[in-house]
Design a protein around this ligand. Structure first.
Ligand SMILES: [Zn+2]
Length: 283
């Protein structure tokens, strides 16, 4: 009987050297930016929005873990129609999580065959339908999450028609959060700016280089407007490889740096409302 050849030892796949280098470069670039603001005594404000929560999952637990470990407030955009009691129970033990209003059931009503972009609160729906869903959604979230609920409306797919903005305005205390630099004039706003997922094909982390460039752009803009918060956008159910590593590194640097301040959506919405009421009437 012949002896079998010695087993070839294959080490577990690890991050390749290029990824390590990219991460290092990202961390250096971010730190340099923050140092620039620290030297001038102008802190940069960050906030964190995570979308599509309905029930507790291991992926959500990981984000709640980051939030508590680094003391970074987490604003969860919850879909009212599918929000569960178990999610409400899961959040009762956290001190850093708030809940935002994410549409009604995350359903698209626009016509994709005509090339229209997905939207739940878009122009194809009547005001009556949308108003009913807005009121019902608010009621559900308030009764499930009580004081954790923050009246910040996050339209699914980050798109909202002017008619729906008007409905929010009529309800009095709403702010609006989407993903754009364009600010609606009708409502106080709190935008998100850096989405860490590459959505085309299969969802995954955008990569260290893309993350560096996106943050670079936002931080350069803050050199002339340091007061506008930078919104980090995540989607815990769609995080592929690389997202956890990025979030850990990003929170590690920003939570320890004197020029970076993490704020809750509640605090920032209050501020946005004050700014809004002061500037309304001005062109
Ligand atoms: Zn969504």
């Amino acid at each position: 009987m012949t002896s079998s050849p010695a087993a070839v030892v294959v080490s577990a796949p690890s991050k390749d050297k290029a990824t390590d280098r990219d991460q290092e470069y990202f961390e250096q670039a971010l730190t340099q930016h923050l140092d620039w603001f620290a030297e001038r005594g102008r802190p940069i404000r960050f906030w964190w929005r995570d979308d599509d929560a309905v029930s507790p999952t291991p992926e959500l637990d990981e984000l709640i873990g980051f939030s508590e470990r680094f003391d970074v407030p987490l604003s969860l955009a919850v879909i009212p129609k599918f929000a569960t009691e178990t999610l409400a129970q899961r959040l009762t033990s956290t001190h850093t999580v708030q809940v935002l209003h994410h549409g009604w059931q995350h359903k698209n009503y626009q016509d994709k065959s005509r090339g229209e972009k997905a939207s739940e609160f878009g122009w194809r729906r009547t005001a009556l339908e949308m108003e009913k869903e807005l009121l019902e959604g608010k009621e559900v979230l308030q009764s499930l999450f009580a004081e954790r609920y923050v009246p910040l409306f996050v339209p699914p797919w980050n798109r909202i028609a002017p008619r729906a903005v008007q409905l929010l305005q009529q309800q009095g205390d709403y702010g609006l959060s989407a993903f754009t630099w364009i600010n609606h004039f009708r409502l106080p706003r709190l935008q998100s700016h850096v989405d860490i997922i590459k959505w085309k094909k299969n969802e995954r982390f955008i990569g260290w280089n893309a993350a560096r460039k996106r943050l670079d752009l936002q931080l350069c803009r803050r050199q002339t407007n340091a007061s506008e918060p930078i919104g980090l956008l995540t989607h815990h159910l769609d995080h592929g490889e690389g997202c956890s590593e990025f979030l850990e590194a990003f929170f590690k640097i920003t939570s320890a740096h004197p020029a970076a301040v993490w704020l809750s959506s509640q605090e920032l919405l209050e501020e946005a409302k004050r700014d809004f009421s002061q500037s309304s009437g001005q062109v």
